[in-house]
Design a protein around this ligand. Sequence first.
Ligand code: UD1
Length: 419
Amino acid sequence: MEKIIVNGGQKLNGEVEISSAKNSVLPIIAASILCKDKCVIENAPMLEDVYVICDVLRDLGCKVDIDKVQNNIMVDTTNITLKDPNMELVRKMRASFLIMGPMVARFGRFKLSLPGGCNIGSRPIDLHLKGLKALGAEVDTGHGFVEVDVKKLVGNKIYLDFPSVGATENIMMAAVFAQGETIIQNAAEEPEICDLAMFLNSMGAKIQGAGSGTIKIFGVKELNYTSYKPIYDRIEAGTYMAAAAITRSKIKVIGAIEEHLRPVISKLQECGVTMDIQSDSILIDGSNAFKAVDIKTMPYPGFPTDMQAQMMSLLSLGSGTSIVTETVFENRFMHVSELCRMGANIKIDGRVAVIDGVNKLTGCEVKASDLRAGAALILAGLAAEGMTCIGDIYHIDRGYVDIEKKLKRLGADIKRINE
Ligand code: UD1
């Protein structure tokens, strides 16, 4: 079993390069199902979740070539067939449900296993299904499956009760070939939604308004070849910015885009971090990053839930009391008990965590309960006294390209071991 070992206390310095956004690339690869022939995703992040979605497409008959030197992924859908996908594969990752919209758009029906809950909450799919029904589909759930069937998808107005990222993406992809105009209201506004729309438009789709609360999709007949480079991963960038803050160091994060990171930048600045912001990089100085701040996670452009755990590690060493409120997922404080084992003083009441800053954290054996919780423990380990040994790091590998190599290059004392 692999573990990450961090010997805390080293200052970081130098530059780190951010990879493309996992949360863009997963829906983009799913969306390539809509392409009549082949498409290329440039500079793709070589991550476990990306390999899983590629395997899901291969299982459906697509040819998927991963070029690990150029970091390109080529998807050829010429031989895609309508079949029940390999459930073991699909159930490896919740984001596999993103193939539902494109498969229904392409074949008029599809059957997929219902995604289960996960460590951070129950994560229902009612909004995905509400959207598909509004486009004319019949939806049947039972025996752990969801079956969608439609003669012809027809555009409609769909109001989402909550701006769900996945539901917005699935509906947008399903509506690409629908007759007439589809309008998604209270749509998610995340940059990854924009990226998916730009990818689809580059293949010939007609989507307007992505990135705002109202998205319009005008049905087209077919989508054709494209080669597309997705945006940088704002959560990976935010994680390295927090790494500079927690180690009170100065580093340059290449691929940190201000427009995508405003809430994170603002909170880090409140903590005392100073920044030199350029068009495609941010130089962070975390020398004075010790102030306590309050954070409430919200859908974009609010503070991202995917940065909540990492910020909590930083605030554990703040001077004073911080309050962190998680409004997006109901069970996203799994990292707290592990941070407390490292000496943090955090109390949870429902969706609220109260963090009383301590003078030091101390290294110990901890476990990553999910992707961002794992990143938070690495950050805590970088600042802790002594050795932190993080287990269950497969969670971390789902979303961070070469995290220990990138941190090592910045001067951290970190390594991966195989026990
Ligand atoms: C995506 C991201 C994930 C991020 C999350 C919120 C990907 C692959 N994953 O997940 O990293 O943490 O956005 O920014 O892009 N909900 C419903 N009904 C639905 C769908 C969602 O009630 O049909 C609820 C969920 O339970 C959750 C909230 O909406 O409480 C947000 O979920 P959603 O935005 O859908 O997140 P994901 O797309 O799953």
